[in-house]
Write a protein that binds this ligand. Structure first.
Ligand code: DAR
Length: 363
């Protein structure tokens, strides 16, 4: 796209889609003032928000240093999304001390002792471009690095398992039937090549090369390779004890950190991720709850979204982004903030928010 086409597209999007944060914060003078190589580089970062005007954020970083190099454009969008004041310095902190607080939903109500819970962190290796700018060879090289690291976990008491690749010809390749089964079990990620946002960002390019998933024998520890970030490391379980799940993730993350090149981080934004919505802790913690009263039996999420927002929570269907509520009003709730909050703050917010929604549901 030419300079004038980018400017014209963003002027139109600002009118029709005010929620598109990239268009909202697009600074025409800043963009004109860049040299041509920088303008081309920034155009790739914001291409998804230009081609998909209904985007929420509208940008994906292509290289770990994009957030620092293009801070005049990206920082205002990041602060707007994460609710951070313009005048304060951002300095992401981390706290994984699960012994400091007890968050067991089963202790609130026995009906909450067996909910589906998941917590994941996004990590990118500092030695590669981010997924939007990787070549097919780089995607496969990164997968090979990850698979070699997983070999060290195969016989581990807590995390022993196997790597399942969907790269054609990989020594770990699984067939289409097992891939579909793992997607149906909400373990493996779906075919990304149908996602317009990821396609225009280049993140789904070369599908399915360089993609796969490590899964523990207990199926309570998974690592996605080559999805929206290089790695999505997650713990999951049915239960109510958030502490045990976070602790398993903490230990698993540390094991992988010792086996891989350094993760990409920023002094301000903490863990560097493809999408600015995941910066900071890079963490999405969620659980599924049946809230038939608050969702009018799953037919209307307006009230539960409104109530959840006051608790710092986002609500979506149990089938993932852009899905509807399930049977009996089954919804996925998760803390919205990921930047400027620690891992333990996220765990406490999920626990407290779930307890408050349950109280409204059962009042
Ligand atoms: N298409 C992106 C989605 C932002 C949040 N979800 C992610 N990163 N999976 C948008 O800007 O709307």
């Amino acid at each position: 796209m030419t300079l004038d086409q980018v400017i014209a597209a963003n002027r139109a999007t600002r009118q029709k889609h005010p929620e598109n944060l990239m268009a909202r914060h697009f600074d025409e003078d800043y963009f004109r003032g860049l040299d041509e190589p920088s303008r081309q580089r920034l155009t790739r970062i914001i291409a998804s928000g230009i081609e998909n005007p209904d985007s929420q954020m509208g940008a994906y970083a292509m290289n770990p240093d994009d957030y620092d190099k293009f801070a005049p454009m990206l920082d205002p969008m990041i602060r707007d999304f994460h609710g951070l004041p313009v005048e304060t310095a951002i300095a992401q902190q981390h706290d994984w001390d699960t012994s400091s607080t007890s968050c067991d939903l089963g202790a609130i109500d026995r009906r909450l002792k067996d909910v589906s819970m998941r917590v994941r962190v996004a990590r990118n290796l500092s030695t590669f471009p981010l997924p939007g700018a990787m070549s097919k060879e780089q995607r496969v090289a990164l997968e090979d690095l990850a698979a070699a690291a997983f070999e060290n976990l195969r016989e581990d008491a807590l995390f022993g398992g196997r790597y399942l690749s969907i790269t054609p010809g990989s020594p770990h390749e699984i067939d289409a039937e097992e891939y579909d089964r793992r997607v149906g079990a909400h373990q493996m990620f779906k075919d990304m090549s149908g996602d317009s946002y990821l396609n225009t960002a280049g993140i789904s390019a070369d599908w399915p090369h360089g993609r796969g998933m490590y899964v523990s024998k207990a199926e309570d520890f998974l690592v996605w390779v080559g999805e929206e970030d290089h790695l999505r490391i997650m713990a999951m379980q049915r239960g109510g004890n958030l502490n045990a799940m976070f602790e398993r993730l903490r230990i698993g993350l540390e094991r992988l950190q010792d086996l891989l090149p350094a993760f990409a981080t920023s002094p301000s934004y903490g863990n560097v991720t493809s999408c600015p919505t995941n910066l900071g802790a890079g963490m999405r913690a969620s659980l599924h709850m049946k809230l038939p009263k608050l969702t009018s039996n799953g037919h209307d999420l307006a009230r539960v979204k409104r109530e959840a927002k006051t608790l710092g929570l986002a609500v979506r269907g149990a089938g993932g982004e852009h899905s509807d509520a399930g049977q009996d009003g089954l919804v996925d709730i998760s803390p919205s903030a990921r930047l400027g909050v620690t891992e333990m703050k996220i765990m406490r917010r999920l626990y407290g928010g779930a307890a408050a929604l349950w109280e409204m549901e059962t009042a």
